[in-house]
Design a protein around this ligand. Sequence first.
Ligand code: DX5
Ligand code: ZN
Length: 216
Amino acid sequence: MVKIYPSLLAADFNNLENEISEIEDIVDGLHMDIMDGSFVPNISFGFPILNSVRKISNLNFDTHLMIKNADSYIDEFSKTSRQLTVHYEAVTHLHRTVSRIKELGCEAGVSLNPHTPVFLLEEILPYLDRVLIMSVNPGFTGQKFIESSYKKIKKLHEMKLKLNPTLDIMVDGGVGENNIAKLYNCGVTSFVVGAGVFHQEDKRAAVLNLRKRAEN
Ligand code: DX5
Ligand code: ZN
C-alpha cells in the first residue's frame, strides 16, 4: 500500500483546520516543509505552526528540513514530528545527525536535491529509514516535475535491494495523477503531494484518485 503525504505548504493557511480534516482519515501523514531562506530561496513556517496543527490533528508529521543548521533544531522538531528528513547538501556530519534523530525516537530520512547523485548515499543508506528524492528544486510548491528523477529513483531502488530492503523511497515535487503510476513502478513507496491535493477543488477525491492510479 503506497503512502500519501499532502504537503501543508500548499494548503490555505486561513483555513487549515478544515483543509486538514477533509483528508485526515485517508492520508498517511502531513508533509511539513521547513525553509530557512538560506538553504532554499524561500521562508515557510516553523514551530508555532507545527505546534498549532499538532493540537488539532493526530496525523503523523513528516518534516522536511530545508535548513542549513539542522543539528540545532532537530530536538525541538522531534517534539511534534515522528519522521524527520534532513538534506544531504546541508548537513556536514550526516551520520551524527541521523544517529541523533534516531536517539530522539524518530525515523530518519535524508533528502537529495535534483543534482545530487544517489551513489553518495552508499555508506549512510543502511542507517536510514527513508530517502526523499526531490523531483523539483526545493523552495516552492506547484513546480514542474524534473523528468530525470525516474532514472535516479530506479538507481536508488537497486541500492535499496542490496543495502536496506525496508527503506522508504519518498518523492517530493510535481507529483500528480499523470506521473504517480510511473513513479510507483520505479520503486517509490511514499508520495508527497502539494498542489495535487490542496489546490484541487475536491481534496478528498484527489487523494483517492492518486492512490488508485498509483496502485493500478
Ligand atoms: C518543495 C517542497 C515540496 C512542495 C511540493 O520545496 O519540498 O514538499 O510543497 O509541492 P508540489 O507537490 O506542489 O510540487
Ligand atoms: Zn517537501
